[in-house]
Design a protein around this ligand. Structure first.
Ligand code: CA
Length: 237
């Protein structure tokens, strides 16, 4: 069963190009050129993924994302302008699973789509892989569990509420247990390859994570390695 993707983009040439490429990859594709029409379409038809431009006529992408999230949560990848850092931050905080900066290479978009479909299967849809039943999708650190397919983090069974970016940051550190990751590496993973802002945005997200995990549960999970970056070391009793 092929995944169904809604492409929301008002630049017709780009929309057409993306549509053709996605169809070529075997996806079922529909395109919409305005925010209002896109929201109506996404609410009335079940999509596995929505590619959502932010600058749209009638209703902007972030507003579409907020309403969609509230009424019918669906994985969304945002298409953003190169320097719209605030859009990216508010987009991820509003629940987008990823974003890609325009102009983008089609290979990168296809790769992001594959990852998003794998990590965020829509409930009830036939899973593309068996990731959700695989222990590979669950990372642990002592009493902490990070469940990638379910996008859940718990500590001793207590749920910890993280934004998408905080989740991705924690996931990256746990996947690289005992390896010190530089701010640049984390930035690339968490904010995307084309990110042009300050690397200290990483320090900000580390601080958020510590306030939600270390401070609340009295652990010292994320360690700072001065002049290098951050690491989570293997759990020791
Ligand atoms: Ca646009």
């Amino acid at each position: 069963m092929s995944a169904k993707i809604l492409v929301v983009e008002d630049e017709e040439k780009l929309a057409r190009f993306v549509e053709l490429e996605l169809k070529h990859e075997g996806y079922e594709v529909k395109t919409e050129g305005s925010g209002r029409a896109a929201l109506a379409e996404a609410l009335s038809t079940d999509y596995d993924l929505v590619l959502l431009d932010i600058m749209l006529p009638e209703l902007n992408g972030l507003e579409v994302l907020r309403r969609l999230n509230k009424e019918k949560p669906t994985p969304v990848i945002l298409l953003t302008a190169r320097d719209a850092v605030m859009d990216k931050v508010s987009g991820l905080d509003a629940g987008a699973v990823d974003y890609i900066t325009k102009p983008f290479a089609i290979e990168e978009l296809l790769a992001r789509i594959r990852v998003a479909l794998k990590l965020h299967p829509v409930k009830g849809a036939a899973p593309e892989t068996n990731l959700s039943s695989s222990p590979e999708g669950v990372l642990t650190w002592g009493p902490l569990t990070l469940d990638i397919p379910r996008h859940r983090v718990t500590m001793d069974g207590h749920e910890i509420s993280l934004t998408n970016r905080e989740f991705l940051m924690l996931q990256t550190l746990l996947e690289n247990m005992d390896i010190v990751l530089s701010r640049d590496t984390l930035l690339e993973r968490v904010c995307g390859y084309e990110y042009v802002g300050e690397t200290n945005v990483i320090d900000v997200y580390i601080r958020y994570l510590r306030s939600k995990i270390d401070d609340v549960f009295s652990v010292h999970m994320i360690q700072t390695v001065r002049g290098v970056g951050y690491v989570i070391k293997s759990w020791e009793e």
